[in-house]
Write a protein that binds this ligand. Structure first.
Ligand SMILES: NC(=O)c1ccc[n+]([C@@H]2O[C@H](COP(=O)([O-])OP(=O)(O)OC[C@H]3O[C@@H](n4cnc5c(N)ncnc54)[C@H](O)[C@@H]3O)[C@@H](O)[C@H]2O)c1
Ligand SMILES: O=C[C@H](O)CS(=O)(=O)O
Length: 474
């Protein structure tokens, strides 16, 4: 089921040592990947650089047609890919299949968008000149991706890059490499030429450092923690590489007294507990207008306690394991800190010791205060702290009081409230009565320390294009 080799220049490669990959639900070793390093990283750049000229010389239609063949193969292999994802990442099978469809939507969307990379003609100020602007591919792209969305965080970079005429060297997370390797296998089978997509597995730092030093790599596209993003941003300066950063988040979820309570409760459950709370746009703080706080919190607690925790391969499971022991410990630590600061646990927080995997019951805490760790530090797990507010101005001010600015949510049926909050929140993505705004046609990205650049929509392909101005003297 698992491809356990690196994909460089259209060939499967091993290297001396290996890294084991475990199933977070059972702790069983499910396979291993080559522990690639600087040498393999450089070989991948050789391949991508070699392939660049021919790939960028193709028309957008020709590249798009090959991307759609890849799309078809991914669609045909959805169940196999979903099973690979669930066993290496833990999310329930239905969520994994949903992610494959979401990942594939970037391929089909950008297969078309590549045909809409338009330039510009500009009226010259001199009669004997003609001036225009055209867009050209940036070149070799180095992509580094996280474990929480093992397919879509890859195609959200690779699809626009390929459509723009770029070639890619990719390092997936060592926690979830097998989905990436299967996607690369299907790309090769679709006829995407050798060297256009290369996947290097192994120790992140030496691979990234080799790409940072290599002048042929013209852009770093990273999705992951803010801490690592900052390191990559510093490294990119050495050779003035372009950089896209999709980093951490700490989403506020604001519920006003004018909200439709059913919508707001459903919305919080969806936004908070998707992927076990391990998404960058998961709600991290809940602000509820004082007058409805008790009713809202009790309903959220009931719905949360009804969520089924277990192995993602099992029917009816809503919440799989977290990715590792550190992730469970972080949620536990934040719950203990909240309790010590006056928080009241309405449900959840118990670690399932009887199960071998990294399981913790989803938790809801009332009487949260802004001094609690969970209200400041990204939880990246199934914990919903609820606090109250009296005025919208207070809610927005507290919601904006964060170094993060990725996603935020507001639930109200009052249009003026919705507009006021949406327009004053300092976040790159605002869901108004919508807990799941992410989609291929819209720009995804953050303000502040949540990142630089956008992925998705036409903004997403511009990240992989250079602007060239041509002036013709007559
Ligand atoms: N904004 C987004 O779109 C988005 C999406 C998913 C996850 N995230 C964020 O990612 C974090 C969780 O993912 P994670 O634990 O995989 O993040 P992480 O930063 O630990 O790892 C992300 C990737 O970076 C690699 N990496 C680790 N150390 C590195 C180094 N020193 N140099 C180069 N690469 C290195 C990892 O191997 C992995 O491939 C959370 O903060 C989450 O908010 C953001
Ligand atoms: O975790 C980060 C992902 O970008 C979440 S989403 O699936 O794109 O919403």
């Amino acid at each position: 089921m698992y491809i356990q080799k690196m994909y460089i220049n259209g060939e499967w490669k091993e290297s001396g040592e290996v890294l084991e990959v475990r199933n977070p639900a059972t702790l069983e070793v499910i396979g291993s990947i080559p522990k690639g390093g600087a040498e393999e990283a450089s070989a991948a750049v050789d391949a991508a650089y070699q392939a660049l000229k021919a790939w960028s010389a193709m028309t957008a239609n020709e590249r798009g047609a090959l991307m759609m063949k890849w799309h078809t193969l991914i669609d045909e292999h959805t169940q196999e890919l979903a099973k690979i994802m669930t066993t290496e990442q833990g999310k329930p099978l239905k969520e994994a299949a949903g992610e494959i469809a979401y990942a594939n939507s970037f391929i089909s969307w950008y297969a078309e968008e590549g045909k809409r990379v338009y330039g510009q003609t500009i009226p010259a100020s001199s009669p004997n000149k003609r001036i225009w602007v055209q867009k050209q591919p940036v070149g070799v792209i180095a992509a580094i991706t996280p474990w929480n969305f093992p397919a879509s965080m890859i195609t959200r970079k690779v699809a626009p890059a390929l459509a723009a005429g770029c070639t890619v060297v990719l390092k997936p997370s060592e926690e979830t490499p097998f989905t990436a390797l299967k996607l690369a296998d299907l790309a090769g089978k679709a006829g995407i030429p050798a060297g256009v997509i290369n996947v290097v597995t192994g120790d992140a730092a030496p691979i990234a450092e080799a790409w940072q030093r290599d002048e042929r790599v013209r852009k770093i596209s990273f999705t992951g923690s803010t801490a690592v993003g900052k390191k990559l941003m510093q490294g990119a300066a050495e050779t003035v590489k372009k950089i896209s950063l999709e980093l951490g988040g700490h989403a506020p979820f604001i519920v006003t007294a004018n909200a439709d309570l059913d919508k707001a409760v459903d919305g919080l459950i969806a936004s908070k507990f998707r992927n076990g709370g391990q998404t960058c746009v998961c709600t991290n703080r809940v602000y509820v207008e004082e007058s409805i706080a008790d009713a809202f919190s009790q309903r959220v607690a009931q719905r949360t306690s009804d969520l089924k925790v277990g192995n993602g391969m099992d029917e009816g499971v809503d919440i799989g394991p977290l990715i590792n022991a550190k992730a469970v410990e972080k949620v536990q630590r934040q719950i203990e800190d909240a309790k010590a600061k006056g928080g009241q646990v309405l449900t959840g927080g118990e670690v399932l010791h009887e199960a071998k995997g990294y399981f913790i019951k989803p938790a809801v805490i009332m009487n949260a205060t802004d001094e609690m760790e969970c209200m400041i530090e990204e939880t990246f797990g199934p914990l919903a702290p609820i606090t109250t507010f009296r005025t919208l101005e207070e809610a927005v001010e507290r919601a904006n009081h964060s170094p993060y600015g990725l996603a935020a949510y507001v639930f109200t049926e009052q249009i003026k409230e919705a507009l006021y909050v949406a327009e004053t929140l300092e976040y790159g993505i605002v869901g108004v009565n919508d807990p799941l705004p992410s989609t291929a046609q819209a720009p995804f990205g953050g303000f502040k320390q949540s990142g630089l650049g956008r992925e998705g929509g036409h903004f997403g392909i511009e990240e992989y294009l250079e602007i060239k101005y041509i002036s013709l003297g007559l």
